[in-house]
Write a new protein. Structure first.
Length: 220
């Protein structure tokens, strides 16, 4: 995915997300805002916090580990998104992610069967896709999508992973940006321009500060 333009002639931006993560949700709304003010096209991909953490469950808090472990609710949305992609094409991924994020985060409903069923209806997708929440039918494809994003950015990250244009047209991947609330308008454009600026510097790896606020969904 290192091509310099999409079929529409826009700059491709690849975005890996886990629907359960509120921080990935904030970043995704920012990058959609950037689509309005910069000549980019976002391409959506699934990654999985459950896969990322499966080898260190014993290091996690008990309730977090339970959700991440086999059969845990963290698996449910990524399995449904992957099934939707396999059965209905890449174009449904972003639409279903928006439906999930709106239900899980903006409306505060969390990850459960009712919110997943409602999101599928919101996205205009078949209700029977909910059957895949506890099926490993497409886990090979899920893990391949996850690996693609992690291979670009490295293991010491979470979600989201975003791959943007770097030097010589090659994509550079980062974790983040982590931001709240999601910037809009010119503020979104400035953050995008800054992201492209740091990606253009060979050897740039990280900027970080401690978070002092939780996700703010008030403007979404």
């Amino acid at each position: 995915m290192s091509e310099s333009t999409t079929s529409s002639g826009k700059t491709p931006v690849d975005f890996w997300f886990d629907p359960v993560c509120p921080w990935a949700w904030m970043t995704s709304r920012w990058v959609l805002e950037v689509e309005k003010v910069r000549d980019i096209e976002v391409r959506w991909h699934v990654m999985s916090l459950a896969v990322l953490n499966e080898d260190r469950l014993d290091e996690l808090p008990a309730d977090y580990a339970e959700n991440m472990g086999p059969g845990g609710t963290t698996w449910w949305p990524v399995r449904v998104v992957t099934a939707a992609r396999q059965q209905h094409g890449d174009e449904v991924v972003g639409r279903l992610y928006t439906a999930f994020g709106t239900r899980f985060h903006n409306e505060g409903l969390g990850v459960n069967r009712d919110s997943i069923a409602a999101a599928l209806a919101d996205a205009g997708l078949p209700a029977d896709l909910i059957e895949f929440i506890d099926k490993d039918t497409y886990d090979t494809e899920l893990r391949a999508s996850h690996k693609e994003g992690i291979d670009k950015v490295g293991q010491d990250v979470g979600t989201p992973v975003i791959a943007v244009p770097g030097p010589d047209g090659e994509q550079i991947a980062f974790f983040g940006p982590v931001v709240t609330p999601a910037p809009q308008g010119e503020e979104a454009a400035r953050l995008w321009d800054g992201t492209i600026a740091v990606a253009s510097v060979p050897g740039f790896y990280e900027l970080k500060r401690s978070r002092t606020k939780g996700p703010d969904f008030g403007n979404l």
